[in-house]
Design a protein around this ligand. Structure first.
Ligand code: NAD
Ligand code: UGA
Length: 387
């Protein structure tokens, strides 16, 4: 197959490129604003990197979709600080621009694997089981199932939810096209994947990355580990290699089991509060990488509004039900929480700081582009291009 990976230069995208090159015979077209994270695979015969901005590249994108056998769309703002600071831009990129890709897939009858998010489930306010509310400490209180769980978001004034809402509406449109038999799609809802190359560190790039990178930064320079609203909220962390194994099975789609399906991808047993995550990372750092003299970070409480700005709100807990992926794909995550954290940290602390994927990259931080003006003529990387 010719697989078009939109957002193929990002965290998940770059791991998918490596995985597909290694485990399949497909030709990969990785489309992105930036290729830094592809440095290790650039030059491989079956990979073509295409530099472009989805917001101003319609004609070429339609041609790319038309020529592809499979479209995998990963492009989005995927960082909560952006949902708060630029909600309109999140709606435009994550919904409007991605909808255009959906329309191209409908028009040219291409299978689409669409990245959504576990954030579509929102909060665990009232998952009623029978007549009674479950114990909030019990896992079933927060176990989300693809086809039965309700989606509960915060108020409009908490504009963090625009990300969840935009992704949810995109999912609903895919479902509606599926009902009319006009689109073959699979939706993926990732649950907090972590691993090498997840985000740039705050010191490498302006902005506010996801929590793992903040904590790595604090361990590197002894600054504090911020715990938003005390860090009581919980996440289930999934090692990127477990995730790419599952996504590869979705790409392969043996016996077409993924047609018109939504899959949670996550590690249900890897739940941890953000406070516990900070403590685990600090303890592991102290045991494995600490020089014995540099200051170790303090854990410091901070409010959501102070850390992100007004309009922040949070998911309290989210645990994936992965029964469908186990049944249809024969997939099960392998990495424990401890292994997931240790392997992800090892990338930063065993790794050469001058490695290209570790360097600050201006092109990986798309500027807000409310009017979508034309950008410099997008280039195809001609070292590998056949387009
Ligand atoms: P990422 O930010 O690393 O990847 C997104 C990629 O899209 C980046 O490489 C970025 O350069 C590219 N991009 C952004 N705007 C673009 C534009 N205008 N034109 C071309 N390329 C553009 O994020 P990720 O963690 O790899 O997430 C990938 C997808 O998975 C996203 O849709 C995200 O919402 C979803 N997701 C990820 C996670 C996770 O655990 N990482 C969890 C839930 C959902
Ligand atoms: C993120 C993004 O929304 C998406 O990438 C994706 O949908 C989702 O992760 C996912 O990976 O599944 P979230 O988990 O809230 O959502 O993002 P993080 O920045 O990693 O924050 C996790 C928690 O840590 C939040 O409660 C946040 O408030 C907290 N946090 C963040 C801190 O306590 N300290 C920090 O320094 C940063």
């Amino acid at each position: 197959m010719q697989v078009l990976l939109l957002g193929g230069g990002g965290f998940i995208g770059s791991h998918m490129v490596s995985r597909l090159l290694q485990d399949t015979h497909h030709d990969i077209l990785a489309y992105d604003l930036c290729a830094d994270k592809l440095d290790d695979v650039m030059g491989q015969a079956r990979l073509t990197y295409i530099h472009g901005d989805i917001r101003s590249d319609q004609e070429r994108l339609e041609a790319l979709v038309k020529d592809a056998d499979l479209v995998v769309d990963l492009i989005a703002y995927a960082n909560p600080s952006v949902y708060v600071s630029m909600p309109l831009e999140v709606y435009r990129l994550n919904f409007t621009e991605n909808l255009r890709i959906v329309e191209y897939c409908v028009k040219h009858q291409k299978r689409l694997v669409q990245f959504s998010t576990c954030e579509v489930y929102g909060k665990t306010v009232v998952p009623l089981v029978g007549d009674k509310l479950p114990d909030p400490e019990a896992p079933e209180y927060a176990v989300f199932q693809e086809d039965t769980t309700a989606m509960i978001l915060g108020p409009v004034s908490k504009h963090r939810w625009i990300y969840s809402c935009a992704k949810q509406l995109l999912e609903r449109i895919l479902h509606a096209y599926g009902l009319e038999d006009r689109l073959n799609y699979t939706i993926i809802r990732p649950f907090n994947f972590i691993g090498p190359r997840i985000d740039y560190l705050p010191s490498e790039q302006d902005g506010n990355p996801r929590v793992f990178s903040h904590f790595v930064q604090a361990l590197k320079d002894g600054s504090s580990m911020p715990l938003v609203n005390g860090g009581h909220q919980k996440r289930t962390y999934t090692h990127i290699d477990d995730a790419t194994e599952c996504i590869t099975r979705i790409v392969e789609n043996r016996d077409e089991v993924c047609n018109q399906q939504i899959f949670n991808i996550g590690s249900p047993h890897n739940e941890v509060s953000i406070r516990e995550l900070a403590l685990k990372m600090r303890a592991l750092y102290q045991e494995k990488w600490w020089d014995g003299v540099s200051p170790l970070p303090e854990l410091v409480n901070i409010s959501g509004d102070e850390f992100y700005g007004e309009g922040y709100d949070d998911s309290d807990r989210r645990i994936p039900d992965i029964g469908k992926a186990m049944l249809l794909l024969g997939w099960k995550p392998q990495y424990t929480l401890e292994e997931t954290i240790e392997r992800s940290m090892a990338y930063w602390f065993d790794h050469d700081d001058n490695h290209p994927t570790n360097r600050r990259s201006a092109c990986n931080a798309p500027e807000p582009n409310l009017d979508c003006p034309a950008i410099d003529a997008p280039e195809v990387d001609n070292r590998h291009a056949s387009l």
